[in-house]
Design a protein around this ligand. Sequence first.
Ligand SMILES: [Zn+2]
Ligand SMILES: [Zn+2]
Ligand SMILES: [Zn+2]
Ligand SMILES: [Zn+2]
Length: 281
Amino acid sequence: SQTMAAMLYPRGTGGCSEPSLPVAALPGQSAELTALFECPVCFDYVLPPILQCQAGHLVCNQCRQKLSCCPTCRGPLTPSIRNLAMEKVASNLPFPCKYASAGCLLSLHHSEKPEHEEVCEFRPYTCPCPGASCKWQGSLEAVMPHLMHAHKSITTLQGEDIVFLATDINLPGAVDWVMMQSCFGHHFMLVLEKQEKYEGHQQFFAIVLLIGTRKQAENFAYRLELNGNRRRLTWEATPRSIHDGVAAAIMNSDCLVFDTSIAHLFADNGNLGINVTISMC
Ligand SMILES: [Zn+2]
Ligand SMILES: [Zn+2]
Ligand SMILES: [Zn+2]
Ligand SMILES: [Zn+2]
């Protein structure tokens, strides 16, 4: 059963801390046990803190918030009764990743599940266009066809060295500029966002995304450069996979960041040209 434990907890895949070992259950037995944790409403797992109805039925915490009575017996859900025994069992069981049906073979300690599922390579891709107005989801292979079909207005430039021209950068409010760059047999999405991360302080965030996996993105580097009026501002980094999106990068300023005064130093008639160079490494 040692080998089984190792199989259930592949190392170095997303979790940050050493996972605790599962109880010495055979895989079949632990599958039977995890089935006991299925929420009767959403079929996701009921994970700690585990609360039960007055009669002892379990429901997951997300569903619980939307329910006025127990979905199994219609009895009251309040006052909440905590089930410490089930919590203990849950803490000693590996739970399959949410994307198991898409092909993920990982099972994890419940505390590590959300973190893994954020970065799971089997998580569906969402539309990479900034602004979050498009709710599309699908496989990586379907992303480019989706962009060409649903976002026809995005221009594409060929070549590893191009100029991303953002027009009317003085437009008020939050604005996004997007274009595509094709080179090395891959498609890259260039994004410039103007937003107010801090009250009253407008900033520009520029970043390059690869329409590809995080692993594929590691083969490339990009450089963004503002250049003109005897000044130069450069940022170099690894492109981000569209699987990770831009929100976290902007939140952490892990991109080219500049304020409106800097934008004006480089802008010409309200238009800002950003030199974009992509290279293989
Ligand atoms: Zn549920
Ligand atoms: Zn009940
Ligand atoms: Zn997974
Ligand atoms: Zn879309």
